[in-house]
Design a protein around this ligand. Structure first.
Ligand code: MN
Length: 211
């Protein structure tokens, strides 16, 4: 069973004015589609065909650059689209575990935003910024180059990504040109906190007791 490009969970213009429709169309229809097709080509006819994307990423150091780059590209963009919503933005509800964990691990929501924006802004060249949870249920922010991600066995900080931001120029250049910082701030207006909250709760079920 080959990997399939997931449909966008909203229309390409749904995130305007924060992310423009043309960028979304090219980013999903060309870039993400390309990673998906190239990942399938890289594993077709090999003993990697049929493995889950999580399996491939967890052992990616053993595989070709094509699996690393396109497997990362396939996974990262799938997480990215579902990290955003036209109803997104703001802060997670005070009642949620993710909000309590952000306050615990970063001090405040504002401090979290500053650290995340710094990770996204200082990634040199192409890559991603991530909010992750480690196996002790602690949140951390990191960034990775190219299409690497924290599920891969090649990165210094391993964890489960629960929010990802693409800072490749193809993600923002049409609308923001060189103003990556403006794009990063706009991203906060579309973050789908209910989804991020669910990912946090699912990462280490029952690990943090905030009751
Ligand atoms: Mn991208």
């Amino acid at each position: 069973m080959a990997f399939e490009l997931p449909a966008l969970p909203y229309s390409p213009d749904a995130l305007e004015p924060h992310i423009d429709a043309r960028t979304m169309e090219i980013h999903h229809g060309k870039h993400h589609n390309g990673y998906t097709n190239k990942l399938n080509a890289a594993i077709e006819g090999t003993d990697l065909a049929g493995k889950s994307i999580e399996d491939l990423l967890a052992n990616v150091s053993q595989y070709s650059a094509g699996v690393r780059n396109n497997g990362g590209g396939f996974y990262n963009h799938s997480l990215f689209w579902t990290s955003m919503s036209p109803d997104g933005g703001g802060e997670p509800s005070d009642r949620t575990n993710i909000k309590k964990a952000i306050d615990r691990d970063f001090g405040s929501f504002d401090s979290f935003k500053k650290e995340f924006a710094a990770a996204a802004g200082t990634r040199f060249g192409s890559g991603w910024a991530w909010l992750c949870v480690d196996s002790n249920d602690k949140l951390f922010i990191c960034s990775t180059p190219n299409q690497d991600n924290p599920l891969m066995d090649v990165v210094p900080e391993s964890g489960t990504p629960i929010l990802g931001l693409d800072v490749w120029e193809h993600a923002y250049y049409l609308n923001y040109q060189n103003r990556r910082g403006d794009y990063v701030q706009a991203f906060f207006n579309v973050v789908d906190w209910p989804t991020v909250s669910k990912r946090y709760n699912d990462a280490n079920p029952g690990a943090s007791d905030f009751s």
